[in-house]
Design a protein around this ligand. Structure first.
Ligand SMILES: NC(=O)c1ccc[n+]([C@@H]2O[C@H](COP(=O)([O-])OP(=O)(O)OC[C@H]3O[C@@H](n4cnc5c(N)ncnc54)[C@H](OP(=O)(O)O)[C@@H]3O)[C@@H](O)[C@H]2O)c1
Length: 277
């Protein structure tokens, strides 16, 4: 007892929580009573994640850059019987990001789950890129994510358990020829994931990442069909690209109570591609 009394406050709270009955079965994955914000959720992997969070019971906030895209995504979810709120802002407009977080918190209370999914892609080598090109990718994928996390965590009420999920990329870990800026930005987000996990774990915030391999979203399915990608496909132990909905299970796991002791990890989601050579 005396040893527990000497522990810092969050650890003591953790010990007390252990005396309560933990959720079991599918309740482990429930987001009921939680508010979740997913960035870049108007299409692609973000929309899949958003749909999965809403199906798990979260109060969902769909983010996009363009108001019309957000309205369309919210309507699409409504047509599927899912309720979502929408918010539009450019992640590179830091002042607007801060204002939007204030507005969201005033309207919905604390946001318990933040999924940083939005990102841009640039498949060019070093000499083909201007410094402005490099800056655009790093600014959007890394700096804007750092800024959103900073602004989000600054507003999180003390003692509010929360979970951040960053969508990085297998290409933050494995390099491809003539593909320069994107892997740098994504590796930065992976490192940031661990930095937040360590700094904010004592405050009850977990931070994890998913590093997807190639997913056949509407926007890159054509690219994946190109002949040069067939050899890559044969290296994938599952012999297929990821289907967009296959990100939902891992995302839900990482943000839910099912992963209550998972912090600072990057879950590689690539069908085993990265470990096959
Ligand atoms: N698909 C894959 O195979 C794959 C593989 C590895 C990693 N990833 C990562 O997974 C995430 C989602 O991928 P995806 O293929 O679904 O991407 P996507 O279809 O291109 O969607 C990206 C979203 O991010 C938004 N976005 C980009 N820059 C923004 C900004 N400055 N402000 C606000 N929103 C912005 C886009 O908005 P707009 O529509 O307005 O541009 C779009 O909604 C990305 O981070 C990507 O790097 C994807």
């Amino acid at each position: 007892m005396a040893r527990h009394a000497a522990l810092p406050r969050p650890a003591r709270r953790e010990l007390q929580d252990m005396t309560q009955a933990p959720p079991v079965g599918t309740a482990l994955f429930s987001l009921a009573g939680k508010t979740a914000l997913v960035t870049g959720a108007v299409r692609g992997l973000g929309l899949e994640i958003a749909r999965g969070f809403a199906q798990a019971g979260a109060t969902l906030i769909v983010h996009g850059r363009q108001p019309a895209d957000v309205a369309q995504a919210v309507q699409q979810l409504a047509d599927e019987g899912l309720h979502a709120h929408g918010v539009a802002f450019d992640l590179n407009d830091h002042a607007r990001v801060a204002q939007a977080l204030d507005e969201l918190q005033a309207a919905h209370g604390p946001i318990h789950v933040l999924c940083n999914n939005a990102g841009v892609r640039d498949r060019r080598g070093l000499q083909a890129l201007s410094m402005a090109d490099v800056q655009r990718v790093i600014d959007t994928n890394l700096i804007a994510t750092v800024h959103l996390c900073q602004a989000y965590l600054a507003r999180l009420p003390a003692g509010c358990a929360a979970s951040i999920l960053n969508i990085t990329s297998l290409q933050g870990q494995l390099m491809r020829d003539a593909d320069f800026a994107y892997p740098i930005s994504k590796q930065g987000v992976e490192t940031m994931t661990r930095a937040i996990a360590v700094e904010y774990g004592p405050k009850g915030v977990r931070c994890n990442a998913i590093a997807p391999g190639s997913f056949a979203t509407a926007f890159n399915a054509q690219l994946l069909d190109k002949p040069e990608n067939q050899a890559r496909l044969q290296r994938n132990p599952l012999r297929r690209w990821g289907q967009p909905h296959e990100i939902v299970g891992p995302a839900l796991f990482l943000v839910s109570d099912a992963a209550s002791y998972v912090n600072g990890v990057t879950l590689t989601l690539d069908g085993g591609y990265g470990m096959s050579f």
